[in-house]
Design a protein around this ligand. Structure first.
Ligand code: PGA
Length: 256
C-alpha cells in the first residue's frame, strides 16, 4: 500500500514571516497525519520553517541541490547543508529548473545520486511540454527523463518518488484530465518495472503536479496510479493546501 504524499513547492514565493505563518498553521493542524506532508520553501528560509515544523507531521524539503559534496561552487547548496538545516527531502529536475536553468538529464542524474548519498529522499520531476504532447511524444519524453534514475540502485529506490508534471499544466490553471494523468502514471510505473522489477515499481510513489487545487485533488488522487500531489500555487495559503491534504486523506482511505 503506497502512502499518499502531498507536497507543497513554494518556488520563489513567501518571505520569512509568511512562510513561518503558513508552516505554523500546517504544523498546528497536523501533529500526525494519515498521509505524508511535505513543504519546500526557498532555501534562505529552510531553517526557519524547520523550527516551526519540528515535531509535527510536516516534513521539510529543498527545491534544488548541487551534486558536489562541497567546494568552490558559488551560489550553490549541497546535500550536507540541506540535511544540516533539517531537510529530509529534495526536489530534483522540476521543469522550471530544466527550462530556465538548462538542467538536463545527465546533470539531474548526478543530483539525484548526490541527494540519496546525503541521506535525502528525492522527488524526481518529469513531464512533457505542450508541443511534445501534441506531437505524440509524451511517452518518449518521459522515458528519456527517467534517465534521472541512471545511478539509482534498487535498494535506493525506497527513497525515490517520481512526480509527473506536464509542463503545460504548471501554473496555467489547466489540469491534466484524470485519464491523461492516470495514463502517464501507468506508463511511468511500467518504466519503473522494466528498470527495477514489479515489486519496486508497485512500491514507488508517483505524484501528479500541475494546477492541483482543492476542487480537483480528490479526483486526481483517487486514480489508481496517482500516489500524491506536488502542488505549487495552491500550496501558498493554508486553506487550499489543507483542503488538498484532506482530499489526500480521503483518497488514502478509499484506496485502503
Ligand atoms: P502549480 O505548480 O500547482 O502552480 O501548477 C506545480 C509545480 O510546479 O510543482
Amino acid at each position: 500500500m503506497r502512502r499518499i504524499l502531498v507536497a507543497g513547492n513554494w518556488k520563489m514565493n513567501l518571505l520569512q514571516n509568511q512562510g513561518a505563518a503558513l508552516s505554523q498553521a500546517l504544523a498546528g493542524k497536523y501533529a500526525s497525519c494519515a498521509v505524508e506532508i511535505l513543504v519546500c520553501p526557498a532555501s534562505p528560509y529552510l531553517s526557519s520553517v524547520a523550527t516551526t515544523t519540528r515535531g509535527s507531521a510536516v516534513q521539510l524539503g529543498a527545491q534544488n541541490l548541487y551534486f558536489a559534496p562541497q567546494g568552490a561552487f558559488t551560489g550553490e547548496v549541497c546535500g550536507d547543508m540541506l540535511k544540516d538545516v533539517g531537510c529530509t527531502w529534495v526536489l530534483v529536475g522540476h521543469s522550471e529548473r530544466r527550462q530556465f536553468f538548462g538542467e538536463h538529464d545527465e546533470l539531474l542524474a548526478k543530483k539525484v545520486a548526490a541527494g540519496l548519498q546525503h541521506g535525502l529522499k528525492v522527488v524526481l520531476c518529469v513531464g512533457e511540454l505542450l508541443a511534445e504532447r501534441q506531437a505524440g511524444q509524451t511517452e518518449a519524453v518521459l522515458e528519456k527523463q527517467m534517465a534521472g534514475l541512471a545511478q539509482v540502485s534498487a535498494e535506493q529506490m525506497a527513497n525515490i518518488v517520481i512526480a509527473y508534471e506536464p509542463v503545460w499544466a504548471i501554473g496555467t490553471g489547466v489540469t491534466a484530465s484524470t485519464e491523461q494523468a492516470q495514463q502517464a502514471h501507468a506508463f511511468l510505473r511500467g518504466q519503473l518495472k522494466s528498470r527495477y522489477g514489479e515489486a519496486i515499481a508497485s512500491a514507488t510513489r508517483i505524484l501528479y503536479g500541475g494546477s492541483v487545487k482543492a476542487d480537483n485533488a480528490l479526483e486526481l488522487l483517487s486514480q489508481p496510479d496517482v500516489d500524491g500531489a506536488l502542488v505549487g500555487g495552491a500550496s501558498l495559503k493554508a486553506d487550499p493546501f489543507i483542503a488538498i491534504i484532506e482530499a489526500g486523506i480521503q483518497a488514502q482511505t478509499q484506496k485502503s
